[in-house]
Design a protein. Structure first.
Length: 171
């Protein structure tokens, strides 16, 4: 499924591949690579609340800001939760970024192989083979409780709204 003109990057229209996901739907499963090159699926965190922060490339300023902002906000979060930053960056680049920025509360996952996460969550940017900036919150029963796909992928997400949804989902 292709959705032409679904998002823009600095005003340039782009096509997203995959479905539109909505709050209340079941979150699609995925299998991605961690920085240790081991596979990670949604089911590996079954029974936990998940925050998925999706970025194009960690080597851009807005993606760095997004990742560091969430990492700084997550220490105040208690409970049974997992926090992922997902990109098409290679696991080696993600590991370098985590070390350089002293990221302590986020697990990095790479979709570089098959772009299966991007296709399943409807955020694969066809023209760039990158992921559209987005935030997903998934409850302990694998239901989506928050979905934000930025219409302009060079813009920042609504951190306050995403964290509020995450905290509400945690209970």
């Amino acid at each position: 499924m292709e959705r032409k003109n679904a998002v823009t990057m600095k005003g340039f229209p782009l096509t997203l591949v995959g479905p539109v996901l909505n709050v209340g739907e079941m979150a699609p499963d995925f299998t991605l690579l961690g920085i240790d090159l081991k596979s990670v699926s949604l089911q590996d965190s079954a029974g936990k609340v998940r925050l998925l922060s999706v970025v194009q490339s960690l080597d851009t300023s807005i993606c760095t800001t997004q990742t560091c902002t969430f990492d700084n906000q997550l220490p105040r979060v208690g409970g049974n939760s997992v926090h992922y930053t997902i990109s098409a960056d290679l696991p080696f680049a993600q590991a370098r970024f985590a070390k350089e920025h002293k990221i302590a509360h986020i697990q990095f996952l790479s979709d570089h192989r098959e772009m299966s996460f991007g296709k399943a969550y409807g955020v694969l940017v066809k023209e760039l083979r990158l992921l559209a900036r987005s935030i997903f919150v998934i409850d302990k029963n694998d239901k989506l409780t928050y979905v934000e796909v930025l219409p302009e992928i060079a813009a920042a997400p609504n951190y306050e709204k995403a964290m509020a949804a995450f905290m509400k989902t945690l209970g």
